[in-house]
Design a protein around this ligand. Sequence first.
Ligand SMILES: O=C(O)C[C@@H](O)[C@H](O)C(=O)CO
Length: 272
Amino acid sequence: MASPLLRKPSLVHEGDATIVHQLLAQDTGLEYVGFKMIDLKVKARYEETLTDQECCIVALTGRITVSEGEHHFTGIGTRESVFEKKPTDSVFVSGGKQFLLEAVTNATVALCYAPSLQQLPTRWIKAGDVGVERRGKYQNQRMVHNILPDSDPSASSLLVVEVYTEGGHFSSYPPHKHDQDRLPEESFLEETYYHEVEPHTGFVFQRVYTDNRSLDETMSVEHRDVVLVPAGYHPVGVPDGYTSYYLNVMAGPKRIWKFHNDPDHEWILARQ
Ligand SMILES: O=C(O)C[C@@H](O)[C@H](O)C(=O)CO
């Protein structure tokens, strides 16, 4: 039986847009994180009015114009494939506002949602301002694009990152979790993983498990699948020959990413 945490692309046509994923509270049971993935053909338009959620619009591939009120960010987006491995542009919009997307080329756009706790200015998060971070060693090396990290005060509850993991490597590893609101040791954050794999016929493995194993799901994840992480450790392993990309959205009661490593595997970090 398929895991309830693994969501396959659904391809629902809505006007000019194809909704590849729509994972809102009613679809997932998540309280804080929402996610949509949308494909737009050139010249297609997609409009949305935010209520109590803020949104980070990530120009995943292709070029789009994003308009909100008097703001027009024209032709933003930097890549034709996420596997060009360069940062892209995003736009942050607070709750209560309306935005319009117009595709300048064929485009794929991620809409990342979390509760809007404060009205904040609409902001173009420029590709050039996205922090690129290399983490880990040996087969634990991976590259992270920090689109909306907790050090950036542009959002009230959203956190957004992209991660690249080469074949034969693990990321989100050693396994860590952030499912207890007990700062300063750990924060409570739900998380979604939107995965892409190059070549697209590939797959990765993701395990989501808690200390007492009341949750313990190991999933074969394919190109464009989403994995929900309501709680627990959530490592990703990539088979040889394939490259993994994922986009993470995180949110919880406090906008701090403070994770707790699985003590059984934390020794990985201490290797010389
Ligand atoms: O460092 C990584 O391998 C990426 C993870 O930190 C990932 O963004 C995540 O699990 C966040 O909680």
